[in-house]
Design a protein around this ligand. Sequence first.
Ligand SMILES: [Zn+2]
Ligand SMILES: [Zn+2]
Length: 77
Amino acid sequence: MQNALICPLCLADNRCACAATTNRSSADKAADCWCMALEIPPTLLAQVPTAQRNRVCICATCIAAFWSNAGSEVGDA
Ligand SMILES: [Zn+2]
Ligand SMILES: [Zn+2]
C-alpha cells in the first residue's frame, strides 16, 4: 500500500516528497517536502482521519481550496 502518497481528503496523488523519498533519513524527508513549507490549517487537518493525521500529506489542491473557502468566510476579520 502506498497510502502515504494519496491525499486523505480527495484521494488524489498528494505529491508529497516525504512519502516519495523513502530511502532518505526521516529528518531529510521532513525538510524536503513542500508541505513542510506550507501552513496546514488545523480545521483542514481535523478532516483527516486520525490514523492518517500527521502521517499523510494533504495535497496542495485541497489546501488551496480550503484557503479560498476560508477567505470568503472570514470577511469581517
Ligand atoms: Zn487533496
Ligand atoms: Zn508532505
